[in-house]
Design a binder for this molecule. Structure first.
Ligand code: PLP
Length: 429
């Protein structure tokens, strides 16, 4: 098949008719499919069920420092949970605050505390005329939702294959004191699957922010979520931002986040924040009035189940075995059916939870709408951009983990038909 742009009007019209018939036949099947959210599939959740049995009526419910985990207290998590979660991000246990079931919740609270109380004695953001955040795009819709809710102005920063465009980041952060933060997913970014290069991490660490309360929101949500089982030295990696910031004389510039949501149970895992000891102290001083302490029983359950970070990394290989074929099924279909047409491009991730698909400009909304009409739910077009506004209307996020491989192949085939049909319609318009 030739690239679409080389087709004559007659060829395009014939193709449109053929694709419309294909689409109508798919639609008549009354499908109900959903590839919109990055949720683990049932088989992945089943993997973690034995964790429910590691604590029972007979179990010693004391943490290693003697704390009875069933009772109140321990604001920042039990020591062994700090150790485990520190291993996920390469931090020191003293840099950890291990909390409840959601890292997004911790991020929200960091923004909320900065708004209400200020960071380390700085003016609360809510008292400033203007607060801005940099948003590498495409990015995680819920990050943008947090900053939008607080009325923070969001500025798009283009992503490259090495991470955010650092010329743009440096220009804003180093010159504009109203820029107070940036959202980053440094490893297998949502949705592009991008792994920030060493140079990018170093440039982050060496920023010279115009605002002293500028913070990098380093959401390391997919730090050990590899799709392929390779020796550690051959796996994609990121530099340790906490260490790099320390070396650069900017120890307090980063808040890092992680959780076990896509390791054990989303919504019932353990989440943590890692930062400099000064940031940890600043955070705890405010957190102490918000809660008496997190769910330490769940923390202990996780530690007893995984034993240590190596146990957790080993376990992630089982997840990879389940989800890798799903990613490969989607990628193979896209390559086979769209590869030669030159009407779209897409990421080929080796980790994380998403495939980022770029249709021709001005086609994404129409593709998502057509899929929906035929029973396939995709993430809303534009969701990966602040204010839900993709200026090119081209990006669509595909989340392959939740459906079965069989459902996924039906969904991908329908998605391909819709992409072709919308593109042909656009070329004919
Ligand atoms: N951060 C990123 C980048 C995500 O993609 C997600 C979920 O999809 C989350 C955070 C949510 O994490 P949690 O369940 O720990 O709140």
């Amino acid at each position: 098949m030739k690239p679409y742009r080389e087709l004559s009007k007659e060829e395009l019209l014939a193709l449109q008719e053929e694709l419309q018939a294909e689409y109508d036949a798919e639609k008549a099947k009354g499908l109900k499919l959903d590839i919109s959210r990055g949720k683990p599939g049932k088989e992945q959740l089943d993997l973690s069920m034995p964790m429910m049995d590691v604590l029972n009526g007979e179990t010693v419910l004391n943490a290693e420092n003697g704390t009875d985990v069933r009772n109140y207290g321990v604001l920042d998590g039990i020591p062994e949970a700090k150790e485990l979660m520190a291993g996920m991000v390469g931090a020191k246990p003293s840099q950890m605050i291990v909390l409840g079931n959601s890292s997004l919740n911790i991020m929200y609270d960091c923004v909320a505390r900065a708004e209400l109380f200020g960071i380390m004695g700085s003016t609360p953001w809510s008292q400033l005329d203007k607060v801005k955040f940099l948003c590498p795009v495409p990015g995680y819709d819920r990050h943008f939702g947090v900053t939008e809710q607080f009325g923070i102005e969001m500025i798009n920063v283009p992503m490259t294959e090495d991470g955010p465009d650092m010329d743009v980041v440096e220009d804003y952060v180093n010159n504009d004191p109203s820029v107070k933060g940036i959202w980053c997913v440094p490893m297998f970014s949502n949705p592009g699957g991008v792994v920030y290069s060493d140079e990018t991490v170093k440039r982050f660490a060496n920023l010279k922010p115009a605002a002293k309360d500028f913070r990098i929101f380093w959401d390391n949500a997919y730090g050990i979520h590899y799709l392929y089982d390779r020796p550690e030295s051959e796996q994609p990696h990121i530099l340790n931002i906490l260490e790099e910031c320390e070396k650069a004389g900017n120890p307090d510039m980063v808040y890092e986040f992680c959780s076990t949501s896509k390791i054990t149970f989303p919504g019932a895992g353990v989440a943590a924040m890692a930062s400099s000891e000064a940031n940890v102290a600043d955070t705890k001083a405010k957190l102490q009035w918000q809660t008496i302490g997190p769910d330490k029983i769940n923390q202990l359950r996780h530690v007893r189940y995984f034993k240590d970070i190596n146990g957790m990394k080993e376990y992630m290989k089982k997840h990879a075995e389940i989800i890798r074929p799903k990613f490969e099924a989607v990628l193979e279909t896209l390559e086979k059916k769209l590869g030669e047409l030159e009407i779209a491009s897409w990421s080929k991730p080796v980790g994380g939870y998403f495939i980022s698909f770029n249709a021709q400009k001005g086609c994404a909304k129409a593709i998502v709408a057509k899929c929906k009409e035929a029973g396939l739910v995709l993430t809303g077009a534009g969701a990966a951009y602040p204010y839900g506004n993709d200026p090119e209307d081209s990006n669509i996020r595909i989340a392959p983990t939740l459906p079965s491989t069989e459902e996924l192949s039906i969904a991908t085939a329908l998605f391909v038909t819709c992409t072709k049909l919308v593109t042909v319609e656009k070329l004919l318009a």
